[in-house]
Write a protein that binds this ligand. Structure first.
Ligand SMILES: CC(C)(COP(=O)(O)OP(=O)(O)OC[C@H]1O[C@@H](n2cnc3c(N)ncnc32)[C@H](O)[C@@H]1OP(=O)(O)O)[C@@H](O)C(=O)NCCC(=O)NCCS
Length: 203
């Protein structure tokens, strides 16, 4: 088994490194386990030959759509987020989508940086970045609208529509429009690097 696995990896690794940017083929899914290589091998065929998300330089499920990978920022340890289904990262009209380390994005989540202009639907409003802090959890079917910043350890309930920012984080947001339902304690084990612990919780 060990020999077969080593032979498989000897083929898979260089092929995947040719297809994808090596910066994304590292981290917790690639070191000490093969999960990341399985995603990459599957996506090599589906993305590079099948044409789904072809310009995306990291492995992505065919059921997720990334419109402007050059303006999508995340940590390679969070590659798992892109193996889900129904996610729509819509920033092809400009603007950045930034996802903090240790955050989980659920299935069918939409993140968008620009609206159609209300009186000319062929045009778009100027884009506004969306920033999701570290150790956030965005529940399935949630929508994050242009310009939203969510601070560390923000939980967005399933199906919520978030249209305003909660930059201080440490909250559960629920509903449409999303509002603070619960303020969360600061947890010492969470990765919220660089956050000022003396900062008061969000209103
Ligand atoms: C946000 C969440 C974690 C809260 O769970 P919880 O702490 O057990 O919360 P409760 O079930 O006790 O609900 C608390 C209140 O929020 C409301 N609420 C919870 N989730 C809600 C949602 N998705 N939309 C609207 N209201 C919601 C409840 O009705 C309740 O309201 P009430 O106090 O007026 O009765 C959970 O409801 C959720 O949405 N999880 C996401 C699951 C998911 O998407 N998983 C995908 C895999 S990543």
């Amino acid at each position: 088994m060990g020999l077969l696995r080593n032979i498989q990896l000897a083929i898979i690794r260089p092929a995947c490194r040719m297809a994808f940017d090596g910066r994304y083929l590292q981290g917790r899914w690639f070191e000490g386990r093969d999960t990341g290589w399985k995603w990459a091998w599957r996506s090599l065929w589906q993305q590079k030959f099948g044409g789904q998300n072809r310009s995306v330089p990291w492995p992505v499920s065919t059921q997720t759509k990334i419109t402007a990978p050059e303006r999508l920022e995340f940590h390679p340890d969070d590659l798992n987020n892109f193996q889900s289904f129904g996610q729509y990262y819509n920033n092809n009209n400009g603007g950045w989508i930034r996802i903090g380390r240790g955050s989980y994005i659920g299935p069918n989540v939409g993140i968008i940086t620009s609206n159609h202009t209300l009186y000319d639907l062929d045009e778009h409003d100027p884009p506004q970045d969306v920033t999701i802090g570290e150790s956030c959890w965005i529940g399935m079917n949630a929508v994050i609208l242009p310009g939203v910043t969510l601070g560390p350890h923000t939980v967005v309930a399933a199906g919520s529509v978030v249209g305003r920012s909660y930059p201080k984080g440490h909250v559960v947001l629920v509903g449409n429009p999303a509002r603070v339902s619960v303020k969360l304690e600061r947890h010492p084990d969470l990765q919220t690097e660089g956050v000022d612990a003396s900062q008061p919780a969000a209103d």
